[in-house]
Design a protein around this ligand. Structure first.
Ligand code: ACM
Length: 492
């Protein structure tokens, strides 16, 4: 058997192929030397000689990435946990590598549709294979609350289940216990992945209000009746009230969240905050006046500021969606720009770090083609693999001196249209393989060359049982019936 071609994804910075090969097995010495400081904290040098493999890697992250690269030098079957143990011929090579961005994230929405723990663990395995290092975990929504909070048990007792989904008559739900969360966070850390929890406020909170109606605007006639966990998709009109007791409630939630998630960042959402209930609520208007505020946007910023200050006092940094730019930003907040990239330009101009996550490039819940039977969210133009690969994380119109504020990007997997783990696989891959290269590798990219490597990479995904979208379109069983819910939630 000849040593295979080298086809690593994401593409390393530099590959120097030698002649000959090494027969690699579990007996082969893998030696760890000092790191290569000029390659940065995540950079590594991997050398395959006739005597063995050498990693020059100065941090756990760098060692992790050298290992991932070595895994991709082995045949796909070697990726399986139990199976063929070799030995296998691998090419003599020296690889020098370091990422372009430090934040290489994926948003996973487990709120619209719950994803069982084993599937989250499996997703983390697939993330590290692609050297992605941030799981932005969207845990709360109108349609479900997914994280156990000991102080407020009804958040999951009531808030984790909905009666049905868009008229299907079938209950849907699930949540993670605090032990589950700790297991997932530890599993991620072993793979150099930080989990950033998102507790989305003050919009996207119907499930919390269903559990604790006193969090809602009960003096507004349309909001006075007890709410149920939302059974539709789109942007709900529900919003948290602005009472001190509600702020206190969320500070207490954040105390438990910060205990569970040791990472540097916590996301408070802040997107798509509907203002109608605040406008209609005499009580909210009274609070606005008492606080000396004049607009609902200022009220939203005030709300976020209260909780941000509490989280920041615990030594954490905040992340929020670009709508938070409508008000004053809490110091140090990182802004994720999803409605295009203007939000990133604006955040950087205001001196804040930013992530780019524009819906029309990296929202991988969207369809991958216009073909009949192509699954996915239909409320925007399709994002093909080639388009995903063409994403440039730094906005073209960002002044050069601000570009350092772009600390990375996130692809998103919103789950209105992802009711099962199999569909998550389909939407995520291979677009996430393409995305990994946009955030890890250099600016110079060639889709045809990537596609060639991807053909080999798909054999790895096959070995891991990933039900990705084939390059020439869905398999018959992957085609979906016409979507059950047709409205464009962003247009409502
Ligand atoms: C978002 O897509 N609402 C962040």
């Amino acid at each position: 058997m000849d040593a295979p071609e080298i086809s690593i994804i994401p593409k390393p910075l530099h590959i120097a192929r030698g002649t000959g090969e090494l027969l690699f097995s579990s007996e082969t010495p893998v030696t760890l030397l000092d790191g290569v400081p000029e390659l940065g904290p995540e950079g590594y040098r991997l050398t395959v000689t006739e005597a063995g493999v050498v990693f020059e890697a100065g941090s756990p992250a760098a060692v992790c990435y050298a290992e991932q690269t070595l895994r991709q030098l082995l045949p796909p079957v070697a990726l399986r946990e139990a199976g063929d143990t070799g030995p296998w011929p691998i090419p003599r090579v020296q690889i020098i590598d370091t990422p372009r961005f430090r934040w290489r994230g994926v948003l996973l929405d487990v709120a619209r549709h719950f994803l069982p723990k084993r599937e989250v663990l499996r997703f983390l395995d697939l993330m590290v294979l692609h050297k992605l290092n941030v799981l932005h975990w969207h845990l709360t929504e109108d349609q479900g609350w997914r994280v156990e909070i000991k102080r407020y048990p009804k958040l999951t007792e009531v808030g984790s289940w909905r009666r049905e989904t868009v008229g299907d008559g079938e209950p849907h739900g699930g949540f993670y216990t605090q032990d589950d969360i700790r297991e997932i966070v530890a599993y991620a850390a072993e793979r150099n992945i930080t989990v950033v929890p998102e507790i989305d406020v003050p919009g996207h909170s119907t499930a919390a209000i269903a559990a604790y109606p006193e969090l809602g605007n009960q003096d507004v006639p349309s909001a006075a009746e007890p709410r149920e966990v939302w059974t539709l998709f789109g942007i709900a009109t529900t919003v948290l009230n602005v009472e001190d007791s509600t702020i206190e409630f969320y500070k207490n939630v954040m105390d438990e969240i910060c205990d569970l998630f040791p990472g540097e960042y916590v996301c408070l959402g802040g997107d798509e905050c509907p203002k109608d209930e605040w406008k209609a609520s005499a009580r909210a208007q009274q609070r606005k006046a008492e606080l000396g505020l004049t607009t609902e946007e200022e009220l939203q910023a005030w709300f976020l500021h209260q909780i941000s200050a509490h989280v920041a006092a615990k030594g954490r940094k905040l992340l929020g969606w670009d709508e938070i730019l409508e008000g004053e930003l809490f110091p140090g907040t990182v802004v994720s720009s999803w409605r295009g990239t203007d939000g990133a330009v604006e955040a950087a101009r205001r001196g804040h770090d930013t992530l780019t996550s524009p819906y029309n490039w990296v929202y991988f819940d969207y369809r991958q083609s216009d073909d009949e039977g192509e699954p996915g969210a239909p409320w925007a133009a399709p994002t093909s693999l080639e388009r995903a690969y063409g994403f440039e994380p730094v906005p073209a119109d960002m002044p050069e001196e601000d570009a350092g504020h772009v600390i990375g990007s996130e692809a998103t997997l919103w789950s209105e249209y992802m009711p099962s783990p199999r569909i998550v696989d389909y939407q995520a891959f291979p677009r996430l393989s393409a995305f990994s290269e946009t955030v890890w590798s250099g600016e110079e990219r060639d889709f045809a060359e990537f596609r060639g490597r991807l053909v080999k990479h798909l054999e790895r995904l096959d070995a891991l049982g990933v039900e990705y979208r084939p390059l020439d379109g869905p398999l018959p069983w992957q085609k979906q019936p016409a979507p059950r819910w047709r409205s464009d939630p962003h247009a409502e």
